[in-house]
Design a protein around this ligand. Structure first.
Ligand code: IMP
Length: 201
C-alpha cells in the first residue's frame, strides 16, 4: 500500500486495540505512544473522542509523526444507546471489562430480543502532517446474549452476537474479528481515505 513502512503512533492505553490495529493496518507500523494518562473523554461522540486522543497524541509524539486516535464502544437499543461513549467506564471509573459486562447483563435482565439489539462502533482519526485529518468509521450490528461465552477478544465480546452468527465474538475468535469487526471496517475506511488523499496530493 501507499504508506507501507510508515510508523504511526497510536494514542491509546488499551493493548488490545494496538494488537488488533497492527493486524488490521498491514504495512503500517503501529507503535503505541507511552503517553501517560489520556485526557478525560469529554466529547459527545466517538469521533470527537478519537480526534481528541489523536490531538493529544500529537503533543507527545515526535514532531512530524503520524498519529492515530481510536474510540469505540457499544450502543444497546433497550438502554437508549448506552453504554455508548462510556463503554469502558460503564460500571465505574476503574471498572474492569468483567465489571462492565456484568453491569450490562444486569441492566438487560428481563429485556427481550428487541431491547437486546446492539451495535459496536469504532472511529479512527489519523493526523498526518502532510495530509491533515483522515477518518474511518466502522460498525457491527448484533445482539446481546443472555450469558457470556468464549474467551477471545476483550470487553463485551463474550456477550456480543453479530447478525448472521450464533456464536459470540469471543467464540468466533481473532481471525473472524480481523475480517469483520467494527474496528476492521473502520480500518478499511481509513486506509481508503489515506489512499485517496495521497492520490489527490
Ligand atoms: P475506549 O478505550 O474509551 O475507546 O473504550 C472502548 C470500550 O468499548 C472498551 O473498553 C470495551 O468495553 C468496548 N469495546 C470497544 N471495542 C470493543 C471490541 O472490539 N470488543 C469488545 N468491547 C469493545
Amino acid at each position: 500500500g501507499p504508506v507501507d513502512g510508515l510508523t504511526v503512533r497510536l494514542a491509546s492505553g488499551n493493548p488490545h486495540k494496538a494488537r488488533e490495529l497492527g493486524v488490521l493496518l498491514p504495512g503500517w507500523r503501529i507503535e503505541p505512544l507511552d503517553a501517560g494518562p489520556m485526557p478525560e473523554e469529554v466529547g459527545a461522540t466517538f469521533y470527537e473522542n478519537a480526534r481528541a486522543k489523536a490531538r493529544y497524541g500529537r503533543t507527545v509524539a515526535e514532531p512530524g509523526a503520524w498519529v492515530l486516535g481510536e474510540d469505540s464502544g457499544l450502543e444497546v437499543e433497550g438502554l437508549g444507546g448506552r453504554p455508548g461513549i462510556r463503554s469502558a467506564r460503564y460500571a465505574g471509573e476503574d471498572a474492569s471489562d468483567e465489571d462492565n459486562l456484568d453491569r450490562l447483563l444486569e441492566e438487560l435482565a428481563g429485556v427481550g430480543p428487541a431491547g437486546r439489539r446492539a451495535r459496536y462502533v469504532c472511529e479512527l482519526v489519523c493526523l498526518s502532517p502532510e495530509l491533515g485529518e483522515l477518518r474511518g468509521r466502522g460498525t457491527l450490528e448484533g445482539r446481546i446474549a443472555e450469558e457470556p461465552r468464549g474467551s477471545a477478544g476483550f470487553g463485551y465480546d463474550p456477550v456480543f452476537v453479530p447478525d448472521g452468527q450464533s456464536g459470540t465474538v469471543a467464540e468466533l475468535g481473532d481471525a473472524w474479528k480481523a475480517g469483520s469487526s467494527h474496528r476492521a471496517r473502520a480500518a478499511e475506511a481509513l486506509r481508503e481515505a489515506v489512499g485517496s488523499a495521497l492520490r489527490e496530493e
